[in-house]
Design a protein around this ligand. Structure first.
Ligand code: TLP
Length: 346
């Protein structure tokens, strides 16, 4: 029986077309800037997000950390949401690598975020760290895959520019935000100085992310990528998969539809709470209100060939992607019903 894997949109496997493109890829040594496929991907990516240049990096975490290094100096303050991926899931690397002080602000990634930022900004004073960077995240992973509308990003960017601060966008899933709102991705990315987006999530590539920004910023980033061991050689084999992945952007709408179906089906079951307004892209956050804990649910579902991840003691995240069909969604709802009505959690 097929396992339905809803742990993340990172679990997709490259299909035949992608593997063939990888096999055919023209390659060169990218540390010398001589890989034509990497160069092609970087140019396409820069154009797509409306920036001067882009850099192919091994992962989203690498892209974010290189951005932090290139925007800041040791001891600078970086303001971000307390639930942001950079703060929550990147293994403490801002302290380890850039040596910056992170200032987690609750509610930064909400519609009231610009107000939260206004309160967090402090005047120049010898006691305070020098604030240099604001990190946004769109879509917001721990927020349930919610979209920050371009208008809210514009308010952040205006405030940052007034204070001479840079804005980095963790846009791991920025194309999900674009597809969900029907906006061109540049409507979002024009309100930041740098953006990282992932090829290896809903777009389905096996590896890779891009960091985009001004030419000067990307030159700096290239050196940090090298320093971190991310200067890859015949990386065109991976970039070729990335170019195929970029053709999957409009397909993200199917994942969003599947997530909405999944949320609606699960919301009918006893002992769970789902904020359907937050199901805006490819994620469903389920809160358990009865006897079942998140850990119980994950274990019971695994026994029924459905994988999902706990995102807290009483919350589980389910993510739809390229390898999840509408039939899989129905099977997942049936398995959850079995667990919550008849299983140990029932
Ligand atoms: N997120 C992963 C896990 O790390 C939690 C997932 O399964 O969602 N920014 C955001 C907003 C992300 O969600 C992720 C990955 C990253 C950055 C990092 O990307 P990778 O995994 O390529 O380093």
């Amino acid at each position: 029986m097929k396992t339905i894997d809803l742990r993340s949109d990172t679990v997709t496997r490259p299909g035949r077309e992608m593997r063939e493109a990888m096999a055919r890829a023209e390659v060169g040594d990218d540390v010398y800037g001589e890989d034509p496929t990497v160069n092609g991907l970087q140019e396409t990516a820069a154009q797509l997000v409306g920036k001067e240049a882009a850099l192919f990096v091994p992962s989203g975490t690498a892209g974010n950390q290189i951005a932090l290094l290139a925007h800041t100096e040791r001891g600078n303050e970086v303001i971000l949401d307390e639930e942001a991926h950079i703060y929550y899931y990147e293994a403490g690397s801002p302290a380890m690598l850039a040596g910056v002080q992170l200032r987690p602000a609750a509610g930064l990634l909400t519609a009231q975020g610009p107000e939260v930022l206004r309160r967090a900004l402090r005047p120049a004073n010898i006691h305070f760290p020098v604030t240099r960077l604001i990190c946004l995240e769109n879509t917001f992973n721990r927020g349930g895959g919610t979209v920050m509308p371009p208008g809210v990003m514009a308010r952040f960017y205006a405030m940052a520019q007034e204070r001479n601060l840079a804005v980095h966008l963790d846009g791991a899933r920025i194309f999900n935000a674009a597809v969900a709102t029907g906006c061109d991705v540049r409507e979002f990315t024009r309100h930041c100085d740098s953006v990282m987006f992932c090829l290896s999530k809903g777009l389905g590539a096996p590896v890779g992310s891009l960091l985009a920004g001004s030419r000067e910023f990307i030159e700096k980033a290239r050196r940090y990528r090298k320093a971190l061991g991310g200067g890859m050689r015949q990386a065109g084999i991976l970039a070729a998969a990335g170019l195929v992945a970029l053709q999957n952007i409009s397909r993200l709408a199917e994942d969003h539809l599947n997530a909405r179906r999944l949320a609606a089906g699960l919301a009918e079951l006893p002992g769970v709470e789902i904020d359907l307004d937050k199901v805006q892209t490819n994620m469903v956050q389920v809160k358990f209100t009865g006897r079942c804990t998140a850990g119980d649910f994950v274990r019971q579902m695994a026994g029924r060939d459905v994988k999902c991840n706990a995102s807290g003691a009483d919350t589980v995240r389910l993510v739809t992607h390229l390898d999840i069909s509408s039939d899989d969604v129905e099977l997942c709802i049936a398995a959850a019903k079995n667990v919550l009505v008849k299983g140990c959690c029932g």
